[in-house]
Design a protein around this ligand. Sequence first.
Ligand SMILES: C[S@@+](CC[C@H](N)C(=O)[O-])C[C@H]1O[C@@H](n2cnc3c(N)ncnc32)[C@H](O)[C@@H]1O
Length: 506
Amino acid sequence: MKDWTHGYVADVSYDYSFFPELAPINIVFNLLDKSFFPPSLEKFTYCELGCGQGFTTNILAATHPQAEFWGVDFNPTHAAEAQRLAQAAQLKNIHFCDQSFAEFLQADTPKFDYITLHGVYSWIGDENRRIIVELLQQKLKCGGAVYLSYNTLPGWSAVMPLRDLMVQYTGGSGDSTVQRVEKGLAFAKQLQEVKARYFRENPTVKYDLEEMQEDSRNYLAHEYFSRHWQPLYHSEVVQQLVDAKLTFTTSADIDDQFHNLKLNEEQLNLLAGITDSTLRETIRDFMFNSRFRRDLFVKGPIKLTTLEQVELLSNCRFALVVLPEEIEYEIELIGRPIKLDETIYQPLVAALADRPQTLRELMRQPSLTKLDFAAILQALKILITTYSVVPALSEAQEEQRKQAVAGLNAAILKRARFGEDTQILASPITGGGIDISRSEQLFLLAHMRQVDPVQFIWNILQVQGEKLIKDGKVLDSPEENQAELRIQAQRFADLRLPLLGRLGLV
Ligand SMILES: C[S@@+](CC[C@H](N)C(=O)[O-])C[C@H]1O[C@@H](n2cnc3c(N)ncnc32)[C@H](O)[C@@H]1O
């Protein structure tokens, strides 16, 4: 029988997550920030390759009803799960294909403005990497952007043998992948306990093994147990993508630009002396011993003039995704404590707590007029790195977005009743997902149905044989559970509901 998996793990589904870096608004903001002309956010085509269960693509399709989305994943269970949610949400602008990259290459599709691949490129063999490059070459529009994440060298060099060990030890066992994960972890621990020299001479591997013990088994199966697992140097990836006429532009992770603050003068001077930009970026990975990169490439990048950049960034809107009282003014940035200047940050947060605003609108705020464009932008970026603020979509067509998002959120909330824990709802304001726990989802559902939240949630918990836990202790009696639910319901109504309202979820 032909093996459609190409050695990729297929007997266990991948975790169900939303990745904000894949959102068009995030790609656009990062490109603008580095002065590159971005693809359109108005009418566009978007494709996620290796989309897993398609949760990110579904969220993006709901928050961009004017655009067309494709999700490709050869695992039929992934594609079926992705389609199930899209159908429940009545999304009309999404196409999930249970095709391999090779089959999708032959498929009749339009060209795309955005192509994204998260957690794919290092986990497939050379042949599939070549197919992806061909896909990018054939299916990306000129001016289109590619988000590509991959495991990076040199950060993985010490841990690669640990992965090889677990895969080889469990290889011929005929066990399921999850069983192989357990056996592989247990054997690695045994080897560490008998003080194998590999562990002694690579002391950091111990921490990796400890972390792996905590990770979800589905995640570990996909992360480490595919036949192919190839961390790559940035320079190798850049070289491979030359054939697709792609140019590296910047990281999709805004934190990345703050990392240079970690470098001392000698290190910065050493980097500055390297004239080749690809080599410089690769050597920067040596400075940080980078393990994972989220790179943005563009086919035919166009540099903006400073005036154009300022104009386009001024039109970007930003939304506060936490309560103002949750903002911490003493934060850790790249592992160092810093104190945010409250005379700058408090009025900025207060303005955004009122409503999402463009940078231009923020500059007109009386409380912020003493700050210039660069200072406000820098403060916004810091708030983005602390997950307090996100770039948001423009106000135009917000009503249309609200309708599409309502269908998807209703489908997700319905699942929360059955115990499925997606922890994310879509926001028509941010164009992405908002973190929201299962219990908050149930409070929101009760609010939307205009029923007593305590009775509503208690009925669901009872049917599922669940009880609340308070201060580490299981609440036994119905009275204790209901009293705790009453407190939580009040907290939700006072604090979370107004925030969810501002983010367009109610
Ligand atoms: C590690 S998962 C990442 C899923 C998703 N992008 C995420 O980050 O949540 C990699 C995905 O790529 C898919 N995949 C691997 N090789 C493929 C191929 N040759 N053609 C299509 N899909 C493939 C797998 O089924 C899997 O869902």
